[in-house]
Design a protein around this ligand. Structure first.
Ligand SMILES: NC(=O)c1ccc[n+]([C@@H]2O[C@H](COP(=O)([O-])OP(=O)(O)OC[C@H]3O[C@@H](n4cnc5c(N)ncnc54)[C@H](OP(=O)(O)O)[C@@H]3O)[C@@H](O)[C@H]2O)c1
Length: 300
């Protein structure tokens, strides 16, 4: 099997490459950075996808706030680029796994977070940010390309390979000695290694084309997650102050509630990632070490 993974310079793709190789040491997994393949380049996409069996599209514009002031540039990658890649994958007869996001949902305002139910794959979408709109357009472009495609929505990713929330929290804790973190946005912090496993298992299970949700289960807020990160790093004396989204304005609006229902995975024989807190406990040593915090308590 020949796998091609785009966006290889980012957070998720390196774990996808690792998971492919771990699941099948005879498989060929080709990581493509932007310099190897710009997903907006149709001719190059057809060249590099020739002979591929599976294409995993991790390439994306993920600067959520910046997308508000340059939606056209985000759209060019997240929507046009996704469509271009999907058409090239279809032409090559390859299966496409396209990564998408919880931010395609509006995050509803009915009821408290405690009683809201996780978003199902077929719930109505309604992005509240430019990034979310471009990612939704990407999903539509992938489906319109007519190939064999799985759209895998994930959320709140952290991992060892790149920029992510735990890394930012550690940096700010070092710089400022205290943190203010929003406590009214709910989601499921998700380890890139878990999403990578799901991607590989969906393909191995020959899951029907369609949309799947791949996040850890359970729910929390950014503030609670930040406190867990501080605990894992042994920084229990760094105050973490809970603030509201209104007190912490950002260019992009974020959904209040972006918990995803992952039961669809089970229906095709793939185990959803476990509870977010248990997964963070397992991931923390690797993620913290990559962030320059090799052992709990050694930051100062
Ligand atoms: N991170 C999260 O919390 C999160 C949450 C939900 C969904 N997702 C989705 O998960 C997927 C992977 O995200 P990630 O966190 O790994 O993102 P990431 O770290 O930002 O990596 C994305 C990669 O795509 C590359 N890229 C940008 N434009 C490109 C283009 N035109 N052609 C080829 N490559 C291009 C970037 O290269 P440069 O570095 O050169 O720009 C970067 O290396 C994305 O679809 C994202 O929307 C992520």
């Amino acid at each position: 099997m020949r796998w091609v993974v785009t966006g290889a310079g980012g957070l998720l793709a390196p774990d996808v490459v690792r998971a492919v190789r771990r699941a099948d040491p005879t498989a060929e997994a080709v990581p493509l950075r932007r310099a190897d393949l710009d997903v907006q380049d149709a001719r190059r996409a057809r060249e590099v996808l020739a002979g591929a069996d599976v294409v995993v599209n991790c390439a994306a514009w993920t600067a959520v706030d910046l997308a508000e002031s340059d939606e056209a540039a985000a759209h060019a990658v997240n929507a046009d680029g996704a469509g271009t890649l999907a058409r090239a994958a279809a032409a090559a007869g390859a299966r496409l796994v396209h990564l998408s996001t919880d931010y395609v949902f509006d995050g509803g305002t009915e009821g408290s977070a405690a009683v809201r139910r996780p978003h199902r794959v077929d719930d109505p979408t309604g992005p509240v940010s430019a990034y979310g709109r471009t990612k939704l357009a990407g999903e539509q472009a992938v489906r319109a390309a007519g190939g064999d495609a799985l759209v895998v929505r994930t959320a709140w990713l952290y991992g060892a390979a790149g920029g992510c929330f735990p890394r930012t929290v550690l940096r700010l804790a070092r710089e400022r000695g205290e943190l203010s973190v929003v406590d009214d946005q709910w989601g499921s912090p998700t380890w890139t290694a878990d999403v990578a496993r799901v991607v590989v298992e969906l393909v191995a299970a020959r899951a029907p084309a369609g949309t799947y949700h791949a996040t850890a289960t359970g729910r929390t807020t950014w503030c609670t997650f930040a406190r867990d990160v501080m605990d894992s790093a042994g920084l229990t004396d760094v105050p973490v102050r809970a603030v509201t989204s209104a007190q912490f304005p950002t260019a992009a609006r974020r959904p209040e509630f972006s918990v995803l229902d992952t039961e669809g995975l089970r229906r095709v024989g793939v185990e959803p990632p476990a509870d977010w807190r248990a997964r963070w406990a397992l991931a923390a040593p690797e993620v913290l070490e990559a962030a320059g915090a090799p052992a709990a308590g050694s930051l100062r």
